[in-house]
Design a protein around this ligand. Structure first.
Ligand code: RIB
Ligand code: CA
Length: 309
């Protein structure tokens, strides 16, 4: 089968970085480019991280574009406490030799989707770039092959009791994307909190080579583990779930649901309301993934990291 053309929109962040390595190691995927968005750390930092990452992975010609540096309508939030000031605490990448591309990521998304209708958008951060592209050029929505996103939660958030970071960071953008009409596959905390990377997995990553050692560092630095936090020993490896599904969807299972995003209530801002039982009678707008073969996922990740060496 021909490789699947994808664009990865991200905010590296350690788990974004592992997801990028997985994608670049996988011949099933054709990574057309990387777009970056405000999120875990400020845009300038995460764009530089993405640039350094593609060179570290052995893809120096892959273009990286910087996008929106703030949410549509609210002040930005970051997760420096989780990711460290560099956004990649745990392993320091060699600095990039090439700069980020001069063109804005939203312009690149619009132009790409105007010229081809076979692209899958992998959204690993706040959805601001996608929302701005859909607002600028509504005609591209029907040309998107699929949006596969890490975001949301139906059983408890990681920023507030109900909101997950990527959605909470720009609720208006998320609401627009979920309502736009493009096919969506949603990886929320319901499934990513079952992809808990532990010290044994990290030992396997380190044995894979220098890229695996980087992944291990990003998953294993001392204060990342908090057994009490997620009810089990390990760290949720959120973003790589999106890429793993594209490579082997049999590792996951989910359900077609209607999903809406709260944009008003201060208490529940950024909550993804997942209508599991169709109470609202609305047409489903997302495949909500809730199950994972976690050991199969980590086996795939280790094997692909070894391919990069
Ligand atoms: O809530 C987890 C998500 O927020 C991940 O994408 C992580 O990288 C952060 O962006
Ligand atoms: Ca991310």
């Amino acid at each position: 089968m021909a490789p699947l053309p994808i664009i990865i929109d991200c905010d590296p962040g350690q788990d974004d970085a592992v997801a990028l390595l997985l994608a670049l190691a996988s011949p099933e995927l054709e990574v057309l480019g990387i777009t970056t968005v405000h999120g875990n750390v400020p845009l300038a930092v995460n764009a530089a991280n993405a640039r350094a990452l593609v060179e570290f992975a052995g893809w120096p010609e892959l273009p990286v574009f910087a996008g929106s540096d703030r949410p549509l309508r609210r002040p930005g939030i970051h997760a420096v406490r989780v990711h460290g000031p560099s956004g990649l605490q745990g392993f320091d990448l060699p600095p990039a030799r090439r700069p980020v591309e001069p063109r804005h990521a939203v312009e690149v998304l619009v132009e790409t989707l105007r010229t081809r209708n076979d692209v899958t958008l992998c959204a690993l951060g706040p959805l601001t770039n996608l929302a701005e592209a859909f607002t600028w050029a509504p005609e591209i929505v029907k040309r998107v092959r699929r949006i596969v996103l890490m975001g949301g939660a139906s059983k408890g958030g990681n920023v507030t009791p109900v909101a997950e970071f990527n959605i909470h960071a720009d609720p208006e953008a998320a609401a627009l994307v979920f309502a736009a009409g493009a096919p969506i596959t949603m990886f929320g905390l319901d499934v990513t909190h079952k992809a808990l990377v532990n010290a044994e997995h990290c030992r396997g990553f380190r044995a894979a080579g220098k890229r695996g050692a980087a992944a291990s560092g990003w998953c294993d630095f001392p204060d990342r583990y908090n057994p009490m936090r997620y009810g089990a020993v390990g760290l949720p490896l959120h973003d790589p779930c999106v890429i793993a599904w594209l490579i082997d969807p049999t590792l996951f299972a989910g359900k077609e649901c209607f999903v809406a995003v709260e944009t008003e209530s201060p208490l529940t801002l950024g909550q993804t309301v997942v209508d599991w039982w169709g109470r609202l009678g609305e047409k489903p707008n997302a495949t909500v993934i809730e199950r994972i073969d976690a050991e199969g996922f980590f086996k795939l990740l280790s094997e692909r990291l070894a391919r990069l060496g």
